[in-house]
Design a protein around this ligand. Structure first.
Ligand code: ACO
Length: 329
């Protein structure tokens, strides 16, 4: 096992809004079927925010749960890194709203935008900040309200997305457990396969932009699928290569939950049997940057992850961005 662990996760938390949107509900909204959605994606239900609920509310719930499991108070956190593409507003950062909501008065706070790979990017940054001696207790959050940027007249995308948040508390390693290695990569040449045209300053909001649906997610699903399968497989292999670990040592693969077939293809690339792959896509759909920390928290709380287990985390998203992390839990 590599000896260069610098940081480790000591607590996890997650939160999903109460309201549920089922495949049967979607059958009433667009021309789709429960059978198509389950067979093509593995999804059954997803969670949807209520009208008064914001991204920072979900993130704050997840953060408080992670702090409680770590046995730390919010005031002990010195850095908050929140991965999201669906922040509360243009600025300030959603991390600053979360800071206020949880009372993390001694922290620096920032957002990071790497779409569905956001949590891996945020974890990588937390690890680096701790390695550099610049932070000691970092709250890493992935939180999204994708249902507010989803076009519920487009069956190609509206069945896929859900809302939720997950968080992890990262501190200096005890020398035994920790993040063994991370890998991040992007290819901005592929930005037109998965994007939102509006909501930024390139296409400022206007009646015309809203009428044209420019504030909604657009995705070339089949193309994204192909790249996702390759990039996630590459990422899983790369983090094993970087850390010198073998697939036989991996206890659990926690992949971004975008499509069951992509998760299975990633597991096949590193020859992992089904019982070493964590899947909860049927309950949440694709929650972008929240999907890995939601899965991680569920796996920890259900006892699926035991102390000392070797985890491989893998994600892929708009940008394109992708990456992975190997963790001795
Ligand atoms: N219900 C019924 N039929 C549908 C639906 C639906 N909800 N959606 C699409 N179809 C139809 C299409 O219109 C198409 O019909 P046609 O052949 O008559 O044109 C047919 O089903 C097949 O469409 P495909 O797009 O080829 O379907 P595919 O098997 O590729 O599944 C999906 C589509 C689920 C979107 C898949 O491509 C996918 O998962 N892509 C990757 C998504 C992903 O990984 N995203 C990652 C990042 S997300 C982020 O960053 C926010």
């Amino acid at each position: 096992m590599p000896d260069k662990t610098r940081s480790m996760i000591i607590g996890t938390g997650s939160y999903a809004p109460e309201k549920i949107l089922t495949n049967q509900d979607l059958e009433k909204i667009v021309d789709t079927t429960d059978e198509w959605i389950r067979e093509r994606t593995g999804m059954q239900v997803r969670h949807v925010v209520g009208p008064d609920e914001q991204n920072s509310d979900l993130a704050a719930h997840a953060a408080q749960s992670a702090l409680a499991s770590a046995g730390l108070s919010a005031a002990e956190i010195d850095l908050i890194i929140l991965a999201t593409v669906t922040g509360d507003s243009g600025f300030p950062s959603t991390a600053c709203f979360v800071q206020e909501k949880i009372g993390a008065v001694n922290a620096a706070a920032m957002d990071i935008g790497a779409a569905c790979a956001g949590f891996i990017y945020a974890l990588d940054l937390a690890d680096s900040q701790i390695a550099a001696g610049k932070a000691k207790r970092v709250l890493v959050i992935g939180s999204e309200v994708l249902t507010r940027i989803t076009d519920y007249s487009d069956r190609n995308t509206c069945v896929l997305f859900g809302d939720g948040a997950g968080a992890a508390v990262v501190v200096p390693s005890d020398g035994k457990r920790g993040i063994l290695g991370t890998f991040t990569k992007s290819d901005g040449r592929l930005n037109q396969l998965l994007y939102i045209e509006g909501l930024g300053t390139r296409v400022p909001p206007s009646h015309e932009s809203v009428d044209a649906g420019q504030h909604f997610v657009k995705m070339a699903g089949r193309e994204v699928f192909k790249y996702a399968v390759k990039a996630m497989g590459d990422s899983a292999e790369e983090v094993l290569r970087i850390t010198g670990l073998t697939n036989k040592e991996v206890d659990l693969l926690i992949s971004h939950q975008a499509n069951l077939r992509i998760i299975e293809a990633t597991a096949r690339r590193i020859n992992l049997p089904a019982d070493r792959v964590f899947i909860n896509i049927e309950k949440y759909g694709n929650t972008s940057s929240a999907s890995i920390p939601l899965a991680l928290d569920e796996a920890v709380r259900s006892g699926r992850i035991k102390p000392g287990d070797l985890l491989v985390l893998v994600a892929f998203g708009a940008g394109f961005t992708w990456g992975s992390a190997a963790i001795r839990y």
